[in-house]
Design a protein around this ligand. Structure first.
Ligand code: ZN
Length: 309
């Protein structure tokens, strides 16, 4: 079955070491790849995910040491949510308190408990309790988060938009999602994948536009089964008059990018080849990996990157 939904979410952060500590130690995600921003090799690109780094479990960051904070506004991702077992909501509430992470009161959204909090750069995150948390994810057992409570990949994102309809059409007619429900000013769309399956649109006509900075989501990426499926999506977008980039080789997937009508930067990424293409699964994230074109510059790149371990 073709899996549709999110492939990954990419955000800006401040200090790399603080970002790494929060997402791996506090949240218990696995660092599945330590590389650089291919468009700006003096900056890290850190990938977090489940044990195997599967599509739909990946949250990535471009850490910029002296980044000014961003401000969420229309044309941006407002919230990035992870899936956890529903029975683990209490455990996570304790964990956030114990770690000094402020959280909002528990709310129910589309019938599921949602625990909202921010990472150290102010990025809006949430844990969503799901009844069947196993799905296709392979939870990562980290030092401080036992496997039974571990995050089971992305739940989804909430986009803040002026109006929902033009973005909804792209989700349903090109990216393989379908409308799954409405609640207040939220419209939820679902893909076929258990992980990373939901995109929720929040229409707030007239609100201020976002300002990118630390804690802001840069783009969200959707899944394409292969190059042919990606090319077909790209053609469908071009037929709608949207500008789509050429395919770029991101080493772990191949990508095209476009700005959807609501202003959010969307990417379509292939499932293949995945994060085990340049290091074994058991060693994911342990060494700084560079694509072949940057390997000759390894010494200068390592000299400018901040130490994270
Ligand atoms: Zn991306």
């Amino acid at each position: 079955m073709i899996q549709t939904g999110l492939h990954h979410v990419t955000a800006f952060s401040g200090l790399a070491l603080r970002n790494l500590d929060f997402h791996t130690r506090v949240l218990g995600l696995r660092l599945v790849k330590k590389t650089v921003n291919f468009d700006d090799p003096g900056t890290y690109h850190l990938y977090y995910g489940d044990a195997a780094g599967r599509p739909g479990t990946i949250l990535t960051f471009f850490p910029i040491e002296r980044a000014a904070p961003g401000r969420v506004g229309v044309g941006e991702t407002q919230e990035t949510a992870f899936r956890i077992p529903r029975a683990s909501i209490g455990w996570w509430t304790h964990r956030l308190i114990e770690q000094g992470v402020a959280h909002e009161p528990l709310v129910q959204v589309f019938g599921a408990p949602v625990l909202r909090f921010r990472d150290p750069d102010g990025m809006m995150l949430a844990l969503v309790g799901v009844a069947d948390p196993e799905g296709e994810g392979e939870a990562w057992a980290s030092g401080e988060v036992p496997v039974e409570h571990a995050i089971r990949g992305l739940h989804g994102v909430t986009l803040l938009l002026d109006k929902a309809e033009p973005t909804a059409a792209i989700l349903t007619e090109v990216l393989g999602l379908h409308e799954a429900g409405r609640e207040g000013n939220l419209i939820r769309f679902a893909g076929s994948a258990a992980v990373g399956g939901f995109v929720t649109l929040r229409a707030v006509g007239g609100f201020l536009p976002g300002r990118p900075g630390a804690g802001s989501v840069h783009h969200i990426a959707f899944r394409a089964a292969d190059d042919a499926a990606q090319a077909a999506m790209g053609a469908a977008l071009a037929a709608r008059g949207l500008h789509v980039t050429e395919q770029r080789d991101r080493q772990y997937f191949r990508s095209i990018y476009f700005r959807e009508p609501g202003g959010v930067l969307f990417e379509i990424a292939t499932d293949a080849p995945g994060f085990a293409v340049d290091e074994p699964i058991e060693a994911l994230g342990s060494a700084l990996k560079l694509p072949a074109g940057l390997e000759p510059h390894r010494a200068e790149i390592e000299a400018v990157l901040p130490k994270v371990a």
